[in-house]
Design a protein around this ligand. Structure first.
Ligand code: GDP
Ligand code: IMO
Ligand code: MG
Length: 430
């Protein structure tokens, strides 16, 4: 009997999860997504190509590995079909090794419309959603009125669809949202709907399964399963900076409900953090930089959203937030990415604690959104060295090793891997 290893983001998303999953896939038999949906954008780079995945697990480029979209994930069939087409253009035939849970919920075109309606109604308090329909679709799931992948095979699917759409239209009206003038990716609701229904035929070509049985069966046969997180712990519905969060459980606990595996079957938990912080969308960000250093991180790190293209907010690494995420997730191994982005800095900073009302604190307060949080920094000497091509951990510059060792001490979890470029080949394991 094997266990499910978990790989997830410890910050506000975009930590480089897609790249690391792709690098680790050879060690596993199955890669499974357990939450989120097309709000995710996971970038993989190898052999000079760059590929962004949204709903499909990042193991898909490895032909003989199984990939599972679990019950906790949301699927927009139109976006899914587009992803499949992009893969076909790269000669990847996912019909052979992609399995989809019948219990995964569907994002309807009208969910996307409602997402926009909700954001508009919030005005200045808007969340900065990716507008992929995530909030409204998870709302319907919890309200027990959602439609699931398995439903598309039922004779009365269209009827159920129309009922949901009608309810969404009524809701949009109460929000004074003009449905007729609204465009989703330049398409009217009707045009999107037409494509959406066509895309159901693409979805039907895949193996639609009870993925909880499938995965537990894999584990009982001793197969190695890796759960791939989306978003990050600071965007978790319960523990993130609510309401500036996504609508799913992004932490290890979400693996159990999002895949149907028992807590006792969780193995290693690999937590990914950038060597600095980014956030896209609204909400608190104690170490955010508005100066040249922030701009340098954004430019060198190419910090523009993989899903929306929006510039990401950038800041120094935040230890209280990382310790919180490690506690919530039970992180056993820390993976640090994008360290190369800081190669040119004379000195780098680490937020070791917050100052709240003049008092030092390592805890994230309930009032995270409203209280003034001042970061207290420790400075470290930069390493001023190009890192790509360095073959092993022990050959890293001394200043960098000292910085990593300090991070480990502060966070209390060992650094097991370091990523030094967007490419698959540039990860150093310890
Ligand atoms: P994900 O959502 O966690 O999979 O991350 P994204 O793909 O949204 O964003 C990470 C970005 O950083 C992508 O453009 C990656 O190609 C890139 N990236 C990943 N690891 C590294 C790294 O170690 N160094 C650099 N410079 N870029 C990286
Ligand atoms: P990956 O998997 C970064 C953010 C949005 C917004 C908030 C809610 O690529 O790391 P939603 O669309 O879920 O209603 O948006 O969460 N967000 C992400 N930020 N990376 C992501 O995914 C994100 N998915 C959602 O910007 O602030
Ligand atoms: Mg991303």
């Amino acid at each position: 009997m094997s266990k499910v290893d978990v790989l997830l983001g410890l910050q506000w998303g975009d930590e480089g999860k897609g790249k690391i999953v792709d690098v680790l896939t050879p060690e596993y038999d199955v890669i499974a997504r357990f939450q989120g949906g097309p709000n995710a954008g996971h970038t993989l780079e190898f052999n000079g190509i760059k590929h962004v995945l949204h709903i499909i697990p990042s193991g898909i480029f490895h032909e003989n590995k199984k990939n599972v979209i679990g019950n906790g994930v949301l699927i927009d069939p139109y976006i899914f079909a587009r992803e499949i087409e992009n893969l076909e253009n790269r000669n990847v035939d996912a019909t052979k090794n992609l399995y989809i849970s019948k219990k995964a919920h569907l994002i309807l075109p009208s969910h996307r419309m409602l997402d926009a309606a909700n954001e508009r109604a919030k005005g200045n308090a808007k969340i900065g959603s990716t507008l992929k329909g995530i909030g409204p679709a998870y709302t319907d799931k919890i309200a027990r009125s959602g439609l699931r992948v398995g439903d598309i095979l039922e004779f009365d699917f269209k009827e159920k669809y129309e009922l949901q759409k009608f309810q969404h239209q009524q809701l949009a009206k109460t929000l004074k949202f003009d449905i007729d003038s609204f465009r989703i990716e330049d398409l009217t609701l009707e045009e999107y709907e037409e494509r959406w229904f066509k895309s159901l035929e693409v979805l039907k070509k895949f193996q639609l399964i009870n993925s909880e049985y499938f995965l537990n069966d894999c584990l009982s046969k001793g197969m190695k399963v890796l759960a791939e997180g989306a978003q990050g712990s600071m965007l978790d519905i319960d523990f993130g900076s609510y309401p500036f969060v996504t609508s799913s459980s992004t932490i290890t606990a979400g693996v159990c409900t999002g895949l149907g595996v028992a807590p006792s079957k969780i193995g290693r938990v690999m937590g990914i953090t950038k060597a600095y912080c980014t956030r896209v969308g609204a909400g608190p960000f104690p170490t955010e930089l508005f100066d040249e250093d922030g701009e340098q991180l954004r430019q060198k790190g190419n910090e523009f959203g993989s899903t929306t293209g929006r510039p990401r907010r950038c800041g120094w690494i935040d230890i209280p937030a990382l310790k919180y995420a490690c506690m919530l997730n039970g992180v056993t191994d820390l993976f640090v990415t994008k360290i190369d982005v800081m190669n040119d800095f004379d000195e780098v900073k680490v937020c070791k604690n917050y100052l709240i009302d003049g008092k030092a604190s390592e805890e994230l307060p309930f009032e995270f959104n409203s209280v003034e949080i001042l970061p207290e920094y420790v400075k470290y000497k930069g390493w001023k060295t190009e890192l790509a091509g360095i073959p092993t951990f022990d050959k890293l510059p001394e200043n960098l090793l000292a910085y990593l060792s300090e991070l480990e001490k502060m966070i209390g979890v060992p650094v097991k891997a370091l990523s030094v470029s967007p490419d698959r080949k540039d990860v150093l394991f310890r």
